[in-house]
Ligand binder design. Structure first.
Ligand code: SF4
Ligand code: SF4
Length: 84
């Protein structure tokens, strides 16, 4: 189950591939089929279900082109909303 998601800020991305290299869960890949307006290859979020929102890709991106958002604990929200 996905624990979060990432947003690629395409105008910042220079296609270096660090995000793919440093994602240890195979969440991101340089698939070679997406390009920015400047012509740089863009990464894709290919395996959202494997993402644990660790933040490595955001931390390793030298161009501030990734933001990672961690989902709130769905279990806790459900429990709080369920009448006793
Ligand atoms: S590390 Fe950043 S600049 Fe490099 S490909 Fe990934 S998103 Fe683009
Ligand atoms: S947050 Fe972590 S697991 Fe998710 S895509 Fe980025 S590096 Fe991979």
């Amino acid at each position: 189950m996905a624990r979060g998601e990432i947003v690629i800020i395409e105008m910042n991305c220079l296609g270096c591939g660090y995000c793919e290299r440093f994602c240890q869960r195979g969440g991101i890949a340089m698939t070679g089929d997406k390009f920015s307006a400047m012509g740089f290859p863009l990464p894709s979020f290919v395996n959202p279900d494997k993402c644990n929102a660790c933040g490595n890709c955001e931390a390793m991106c030298p161009h501030f082109a990734i933001e990672v958002y961690k989902y709130a604990d769905a279990g806790a929200i459900t429990a709080a909303a369920t009448p006793a």
